[in-house]
Design a protein around this ligand. Sequence first.
Ligand SMILES: Nc1ncnc2c1ncn2[C@@H]1O[C@H](COP(=O)(O)OP(=O)(O)O)[C@@H](O)[C@H]1O
Ligand SMILES: Nc1ccn([C@H]2C[C@H](O)[C@@H](COP(=O)(O)OP(=O)(O)O)O2)c(=O)n1
Ligand SMILES: [Mg+2]
Length: 238
Amino acid sequence: MWRRATSLSSLIFSSSRRPLRDQQGAYSLKAWEFFCAEPFKGEGCLSKEKNLFITFVLGGPGSGKGTQCAKIVENFGYTHLSAGELLRQEIASNSEDGAVILDMIKEGKIVPSEMTVKLLKKEMESCDNGKFLIDGFPRNEENRIAFEQIIGAEPNSVLFFDCPEEEMIKRVLNRNEGRVDDNIDTIRKRLKVFAASHYPVIEYYSKKGKLYKIDAIGTEDEIFERVRPVFAACKGAH
Ligand SMILES: Nc1ncnc2c1ncn2[C@@H]1O[C@H](COP(=O)(O)OP(=O)(O)O)[C@@H](O)[C@H]1O
Ligand SMILES: Nc1ccn([C@H]2C[C@H](O)[C@@H](COP(=O)(O)OP(=O)(O)O)O2)c(=O)n1
Ligand SMILES: [Mg+2]
């Protein structure tokens, strides 16, 4: 199965390893669906599919996803997988993919799903815990469909941190983690991409009754008190 998914890379990358089309969501979903028609049934914890319990954590840049994930891990024993952090690790590894990823992140773009899902899959396979908090993913419909097709699973619940743009800008500019994308030019581009791509994902999970919208204004602790009931309620279920 994975070999078939890998062969897709030859369709979406030129020989220079640069995306042929870098518009958000412009990759051909039809081609993607064709190549990934069978759900992945791999070794490791993904093979124990019935034990998977997945929460996607969504929200704009600076909305507080990472901050709240740390609290959820502390209180509810999830494994936190940050898509952005995995991409930054790939950049740090100096791989060919890393160079492409760096260019896209600097420009505020969303990296092709094939690369991001490959990194998530590797982490999920090597993990004994089946309870995953997947932070910053899916950021668009291409991400969402790629995950379903390659991992062969849907999230049990989806958190969406709803935060006004001015607050997100303020938080990102104060983040002080030395990130290449934490500057005013990139944040403005990221916010445009976010506005253009997140809504269909949110809407999809809302219709499935899986979406929990959280007001992201307040102190970190106040916000966690809004998050807590989501996990406390389903504690018995996993
Ligand atoms: N409720 C909050 N109020 C003020 N600042 C916050 C709050 N939550 C997080 N922050 C800070 O805002 C910045 C962005 O938070 P982060 O968790 O990295 O957001 P995201 O992962 O959604 O981009 C960090 O510096 C963090 O410490
Ligand atoms: N699903 C994802 C997640 C992140 N990325 C890229 C593009 C994002 O601007 C960067 C940083 O993502 P990250 O989730 O760490 O960013 P924030 O915590 O929201 O500020 O990584 C991506 O291309 N696809
Ligand atoms: Mg984050």
